[in-house]
Design a protein around this ligand. Structure first.
Ligand SMILES: NC(=O)C1=CN([C@@H]2O[C@H](COP(=O)(O)OP(=O)(O)OC[C@H]3O[C@@H](n4cnc5c(N)ncnc54)[C@H](O)[C@@H]3O)[C@@H](O)[C@H]2O)[C@@H](O)CC1
Ligand SMILES: Nc1ncnc2c1ncn2[C@@H]1O[C@H](COP(=O)(O)OP(=O)(O)O)[C@@H](O)[C@H]1O
Ligand SMILES: [K+]
Length: 496
């Protein structure tokens, strides 16, 4: 499991390490040493490096790196924002060990350098950059030289991934102990460039006291929760997923979802659709079964078979009271539910009804899979815009709805009502094509049908979906994803 630490939690990790006997100076020497190591990979002896230090401990890391880089034969020029006398604590100590000149920043420092080390601001950023700090950032971005950011690109909030003011555009970022959400969330992820993590002498044990609630979405988070077929099993022991479909001319979305549910491992998948649409569905389906459901009562009849243990509603269903009524029927009972697309939008004006229905059956998994537009319609635009980050927006929505919320995008966040959250980085921009959301919803319902718990079902599905897309890359269309899934699942089954 890879934890993501807020800057506050990272401060706690530093403090716990210091209480445990590793001094702040040792941590800073290790951090600055790791920065120098990354800088050495990008430069050769004799190359010029500009190191820009800020007034706090981020600047301290810069002073350590400067000393180490000189020892390694780099030509270093170091600028300090603020005065040397203003430095405190460990930063003052390491500045005292720097024997070279301390300059005031000037643009000519960047001329012809092989690398700029951005050690202006890290976890201590307290407000948007302005004044001299802002003009340094502008000059660095303008110069177009490779930039190695220390901890975070200066100006970026590591907890949120947002920058309220000017921010350094880094080629590479090195952070310490664990990544922060802002390294994965946009726009942070694009501003960081390649991110590496250095161990600086903080023991894993501190995590037991911090209990982080945000994680990188990767197999270690959910691998043990996945379900695999057993030698003594049969198709019913792998679950029966039901996808509720609509009119024939909108049958593509439910068919994509149903196929994905089957590929994800559900033992049986049925699409329930109006009688008049069934021939259209039938002409395009083979392993996926069909059932007639002309209205909410009809859906109730189909669901009377309790072996149908996971239901997806939304793709191709249409927005309106009819869809809302179908959702209501599906939410009666203990089966797991995925609500996507039109099923979410149908509750735009009556979100409290939806949340009350979800709350009525404790312990049953409901997964909502909005993209940002659907999210704003269901939870209110302000939930998105007023939350400090996409991560917090998803968490707030999960708390409000009592459901697991998958807030999609290239930095998809999966959040549970208990505050647990995963930020996804296994994805491909080629997923931005029609129908891929339907496939994702199908993978989730396929996992739920197999009895995988809601959070793990959603997080693993997001990863599998992204990994499948990454295997194809250019030219990907949503129809391809199904055929790409077995390769991804085989890797998971083999534990790689
Ligand atoms: N023991 C520790 O806490 C360790 C900290 N480390 C480094 O220390 C950094 C955090 O250090 P700090 O907490 O000192 O914080 P920073 O060095 O990020 O910045 C804090 C300083 O910047 C000023 N400041 C904040 N926002 C400003 C703005 N918008 N304009 C102008 N000035 C502003 C503050 O008044 C303060 O002087 C980490 O990012 C990491 O690089 C590492 O050395 C590892 C150990
Ligand atoms: N730029 C991108 N990078 C990575 N993934 C993306 C990107 N854009 C969209 N996606 C993913 O593609 C899927 C699109 O879903 P959605 O917007 O519901 O589309 P549709 O309704 O056409 O199926 C989501 O899983 C989303 O996270
Ligand atoms: K920085």
């Amino acid at each position: 499991m890879i934890e993501l630490l807020t800057t506050q939690e990272m401060g706690q990790a530093d403090r716990l390490a210091i209480e445990g006997g590793t001094s702040g100076l040792q941590l800073m020497e290790a951090a600055g040493g790791a920065v120098a190591e990354r800088a050495m990979r990008r430069t050769a002896p004799g190359d010029r490096v500009a190191i820009l230090c800020g007034p706090g401990n981020n600047g301290g890391d810069g002073f350590v790196a400067a000393r180490r880089l000189v020892e390694a034969g780099r030509q270093v020029r170091l600028a300090l924002l603020g005065s040397r006398e203003g430095l405190r604590g460990d930063a003052a100590t390491v500045a005292g060990l720097w024997e070279g000149p301390v300059e005031r920043f000037s643009v000519d420092m960047l001329d012809g350098v092989g690398l700029v080390v951005d050690a202006l601001f890290g976890a201590g950023l307290a407000r948007p950059l302005d004044g001299e700090a802002a003009s340094i950032v502008a000059a660095v971005n303008e110069a177009g030289r490779p930039v190695l950011a220390v901890d975070v690109p200066s100006g970026l909030d590591g907890t949120t991934g947002r920058a309220q003011g000017p921010v350094v555009r880094a080629t590479e970022t090195i952070t310490f102990f664990r990544r922060k959400p802002g390294h994965l969330l946009l726009p942070g992820r694009s501003l960081c460039g390649e991110v590496s993590v250095a161990e600086i002498g903080i023991s894993q044990g501190v995590l037991g006291a911090i209990l982080p609630q945000a994680f990188v979405n990767e197999p270690a988070l959910w691998r043990s929760a996945l379900a695999w077929p057993q030698p003594d099993g049969h198709k019913y022991s792998r679950g029966h997923a039901l996808v509720v479909g609509g009119e024939g001319w909108k049958s593509g979305a439910p068919r994509l979802a149903a196929g994905a549910a089957l590929r994800a491992g559900a033992g049986l998948v049925t699409i329930a659709a109006p009688f008049r649409a069934l021939p259209i569905y039938a002409s395009q389906l083979t392993a996926v079964m069909l059932a007639e459901a002309n209205n909410p009562d009809g859906l109730g009849d189909v669901l009377a078979d309790e072996r149908k243990n996971a239901v997806l509603l939304g793709p191709g269903l249409g927005v309106g009271a009819g869809t809302a009524a179908m959702v209501k029927v599906a939410l009666c009972g203990r089966r797991a539910i995925v609500l996507d697309a039109d099923a979410l939008t149908s509750f735009e004006a009556r979100r409290e009804d939806l949340f009350a229905m979800i709350a009525a059956e404790a312990g049953r998994d409901v997964v909502l899979t909005p993209h940002e537009g659907e999210f704003a319609r269901l939870f209110g635009k302000e939930t998105l815009t007023e939350a400090p980050s996409k991560l917090e927006a998803a968490r707030a929505a999960a708390r409000a709805s009592g459901a697991i919320v998958v807030l999609k995008g290239s930095d998809t966040v999966v959040a549970g009502p208990d505050g647990r959250a995963a930020v996804n980085e296994m994805s491909s921009p080629f997923l931005a094509t029609a129908g891929t959301g339907d496939v994702l919803a199908g993978i989730i319902v396929g996992q739920l049908a197999q009895g995988v718990a809601g959070f793990e079902a959603a997080a693993s599905a997001v990863w599998i979906h992204g990994a499948a897309a990454a295997r194809r890359g250019p030219g990907l269309i949503s129809e391809d994803l199904q055929a790409l899934m077995p390769g991804v699942l085989a890797g998971l089954a083999a534990g790689v």
